[in-house]
Structures are given as C-alpha cells and as structure tokens.
Design a protein around this ligand. Structure first.
Ligand code: NAD
Length: 505
C-alpha cells in the first residue's frame, strides 16, 4: 500500500500493494461484490483517495448471513473450544506478522496518529485476541447447581453456557481495529459465527484483517465473514434479518436507536456502544502544579486522534474560584498541540475522518459562539494546512452545562470548560447528561475522590490519570451511552446464552 495523492481512484490501482483493491470475505472466500462495484477509501490527511474496496450490495450481505448461519448450524464450531482458541491465536500471530502493513493502512485510512497504533488503535486489540482465546479454553462452560426438591421432585440442576448463534457486528471508523476485534474476538471465542460490516470510511482496515484471516488463520468457511460497503443499509439488513441472533453495534446514539428498533422485529439480542459527553472533574484540593497537570491531561485527552473517541472527556469541570487559573493552564497546552500528519510519530492530533465530519465540528464551533461561548484557543482550520480534514484543538469557555455545546457529542478536538461549586455540584453536572460512558476525577483527598467515583453514573472512570483500557476490563455505558459491556469476561458473556438443565436425582 502506497500513500498516494492522486485524485483518481482508478489511477491509484496502478500502484502495487496488498490493499489496493480489497475484497469481501464470504463463506471462506475472498470475493468481489457480486455487482462488481467498488468504492474509494480516502486518506483524511490529504483528502485524496487511497484506493478501492469491494462495494457489497444486499445480495452479498444475504450470502454472508447464509454462510454464517450454515457454519453455526451444521459444523462443530460452537462446541470445539480448542479449535476456536487455535484459530484466534493464529489470527493474532498472523496479524502481528503483518503489523507494519496494518499500521500503514490504519494511519492512512483512519488518520490515526502513529503513536496510537502501538496501543488501542492497533497493537492492543490484536494482542487482546489472545485474551479471548484463553477465555474460550478457561471459561466455566458448565456449572452444577446441586440438587433441590422443586414441586417435591428431587432434581439435579446444571447450567450450560452456549453461544447465541449468528452475530452481526456493525462498527464505526474512529478505532477500526479496536472496535472490530473487540466484537469479533469474544464473539468467535464464545462459539458464534460472525458477519462484520465495518464503516464505509474504513473498509481497508477490516478487509486487510479479513484477507489475513482467510489466507493464514485456518478458520472454517463461513465462521468469519466481512462485508465492506458504501451503503449504511447493509447494517440495517443485519439488524432486521431473522437469521441473525444478535446484533453488536458501535456508533452514534441515533443510529443505535435505529438498530434497536430494527432488531425488535425479530426480537434479537442487541448490544450497543454509543456516544458520550464525559466529564473530567477537578477537585479544589489540588495545588497549583497538580491543577495544571490535570488541565494538561484534559487538553491532551480531547486532542488525541482529533477528539474522535466516544470515551474522551469533553467537559472539563473545575472549581469556580480557580476557573481563570484552569482556563490558562488548559489553553497553554491545547494551543501548542498543532494538528499534524498522522504518520509523524510526534503527532497527537491528526485529521478528522472526512469533510462531512469536519463540517459537523465547524457547525458546533459556530454554535458555541452563538450560545455565548468564548473560543479561548483554536476555533478553526489550522493555517498552512490546505489539504486534509484538520481542525485545531479548541477550548470553549463561558458556557454552562445547559448549552448544546456542553450537552451534545461533537466528536472533534473541542473541550468545554465549566465551573462547579464543590464536589456534589461537580457530580450533579457530570450526571446532568443523556450520556454516561466515561469520565475522570483528579483530587488529593481519597475520601472525597471515592464519593465522586461512586456518585458519577458512568461505565468507566479514571482517577488521577489511571488507565482503564485493557482486554480484561469491561467497557460500556450507562444511560444513552449503550446497553451491555465490551471486553473482559462481561464482554465475552454478552455473546452467550444460558441453558438450565434438570435431571432426576
Ligand atoms: P454511525 O452511527 O453513523 O455509523 C456506525 C455504523 O453503523 C457504520 O458501520 C454505519 O454504516 C452503520 N449504520 C448507519 N446507519 C445504520 C442503520 N440505520 N442501521 C444499521 N447500521 C447503520 O457512526 P459513525 O459516524 O461511524 O461513528 C461516530 C459515532 O460513533 C460517534 O457518535 C461516536 O460517539 C460513536 N462511537 C461510539 C463508541 C462506543 O464504544 N461507545 C465507539 C466509537 C464510536
């Protein structure tokens, strides 16, 4: 794969490379779309096409669902834990052997800063496949409940944990490998078969994993299918098709609502990871140096990957008496984080994924000013960057938590700083949101920190810089941030059913 600045997608195909014209993975075969259609994938750092991906239609999705259904119903995949662990470890090992190629595609297609690909953007989720392979082998698939006398009949009871069946995975573009593999890994480890439909913005990330899985990892045909498409309707098809038993979705809250409604027709299980507007709470017992460190952390966090992370803390809640000090400390750091080429190892803030996403963020920047907010730093496109979809890290002050800027998910490098009047007030503001995905608290007194931790209604929380992201830590949201948990044992169990069996004793 070569990063190219050509305008013409067909022209980029002239350049040789592994991902120049990617395929679908259906029933163990790497195939073109049955219509022969392709669509361009774009480098967000230049705005130019990188190359082409197979553009599946409903008939291809239908074939992928049929293959997954057949593989689940007629093979031993669901019962063969050893085979599943072997395939997942082989996939991990083969992905690791192609890691530089994957890194290049991830930086070029998702605009992911290179430093992040050694963690959650690539190497983390690839390595985490081993965690799910281990779980397939170590999980307690059967539990004896002992004997009892329900209705006077002496009975021995046992619980069996079994895979749900065919899993439809629908994913966004911001952390393509993390989100794809955090669904595919546990779903396959649990014995399901999978149809993955990645976002139209990042087809290559998924298609390259599909190619390596098909050619090198030894999965039985039909167990793992990947369907790239420019058409969002293929996600809806997975949600409605009665042959799919569970739909696992990550994306915006509005689309999650549509997925849940569509899934209700066939009453399938729904697993949702949605949006966020998480709070970074600074308590008033920090000295000046610690407060500056907290503000610097908040500034870095929201600028990383141009703010395109659902769990990023996008509201900074600081003591009212120290608002000015906090605004200065935050702007000092944010103002210095110039957006840069994601391939540069020093870049923290790369481009937004698309022109559409940049237009959305710019609309929020206009709204912030219209609502009475002040742009303390940033606020627009960086000077001298004419190509690509860049926006400067931006700090907004002067608003309260009732403003749309403080309530809605912007999904760009935009931080809103809000004053609070003590710990209880900070918790109240943090919870005054439709979302409840993540958050952070910085303070000195462990008792006060603990009360804040227990008060905030959110799925993950970082205390004084602690990192919760790990294969064994469940991730997900309260309220409109989602239903269910991804990763960890809880994430694995999302893909299981429970069967209770009763024997005469
Ligand atoms: P999106 O909701 O537009 O799309 C996500 C996926 O859903 C894509 O694959 C898309 O093709 C598909 N899709 C679109 N319409 C559909 C429909 N009606 N039925 C089924 N599938 C459909 O989100 P996006 O723009 O790709 O990603 C950005 C959003 O995702 C942000 O709002 C962000 O907060 C959220 N997100 C959440 C998490 C999380 O874990 N909570 C992680 C990453 C992103």
């Amino acid at each position: 794969m070569t990063r190219t600045r050509t305008q013409d997608p067909a022209e980029s195909l002239i350049r040789p490379g592994p991902a120049e014209n990617t395929k679908l993975l259906i029933d163990g075969e790497l195939v073109d779309a049955s219509s022969g259609k392709t669509f361009a994938t774009v480098d967000p750092s230049t705005g130019m096409p990188l190359g082409l991906a197979a553009d599946a239609g409903p008939e291809d999705m239908d074939a992928a669902i049929a293959a997954a259904r057949r593989a689940f119903d007629t093979t031993d995949w669901a019962r063969d834990h050893v085979l599943r662990a072997r395939c997942l470890r082989a996939l991990r090992d083969r992905l690791q052997s192609h890691i530089e190629e994957l890194r290049e595609v991830t930086i070029a297609e998702a605009g992911a800063p290179a430093f992040f690909t050694t963690g959650p953007q690539l190497e983390g989720p690839v390595s985490d496949l081993g965690y799910f392979a281990d779980l397939a082998e170590s999980y307690q698939w059967e539990t004896e409940l002992g004997t009892a006398r329900p209705m006077g009949i002496l009975t021995r009871r046992a619980l069996l944990r079994e895979p749900v069946g065919v899993v439809g995975a629908v994913t966004p573009w911001n952390f393509p490998h993390q989100i794809n593999l955090a669904k595919v890994g546990p779903a396959l480890a649990a014995g399901n078969t999978v149809v993955l439909k990645p976002a139209p913005d990042t087809p290559w990330c998924a298609a390259l994993v599909a190619k390596i899985a098909a050619e090198e990892a030894g999965f039985p045909a039909g167990v793992f299918n990947v369907v790239t498409s420019s058409d969002h309707a293929l996600g809806a098809q997975l949600a409605t098709d009665p042959r799919v038993d569970l739909v696992s979705f990550t994306g915006s809250t509005d689309t999650g609502r549509a997925v849940m409604a569509a899934a209700s027709e066939s009453l399938k299980k729904v697993f949702l990871e949605l949006g966020g507007k998480s709070a970074f709470i600074v308590l008033d017992d920090l000295d000046a140096g610690a407060l500056a460190s907290a503000c610097a952390t908040a500034a870095f966090t929201v600028s990383t990957h141009a703010g395109q992370g659902c769990a990023l803390t996008t509201r900074l809640l600081v003591p009212r008496a120290r608002l000015e000090e906090a605004v200065t400390a935050t702007a000092d750091v944010m103002g210095g984080l110039a957006p840069g080429d994601p391939a540069d190892p020093g870049t923290i803030c790369g481009p937004l994924i698309s022109e559409r996403q940049r237009a959305r963020v710019e609309e929020y920047l206009r709204l912030a000013v219209e609502e009475g907010g002040t742009v303390v730093c940033g606020g627009g496109r960086p000077a001298g960057k004419d190509e690509g979809f860049y926006i400067e890290p931006t700090l907004i002050a002067g608003l309260d938590n009732s403003s749309r800027t403080a309530r809605e998910e912007i999904f760009g490098p935009v931080l809103v700083i809000l004053p609070h009047d003590g710990d209880e007030d900070a918790v109240r503001i943090a919870n005054d949101s439709p979302y409840g995905l993540s958050g952070a608290v910085w303070g000195e007194d462990p008792g006060r920190i603990d009360r804040v931790v227990r008060g905030v209604r959110t799925g993950t929380l970082s205390v004084n810089g602690g990192i919760w992201y790990s294969a064994d830590v469940p991730f997900g949201g309260y309220k409109q941030s989602g239903i269910g948990r991804e990763m960890g044992v809880s994430g694995f169990e999302e893909y299981l059913e429970t069967k209770a069996v009763a024997y005469p004793a």
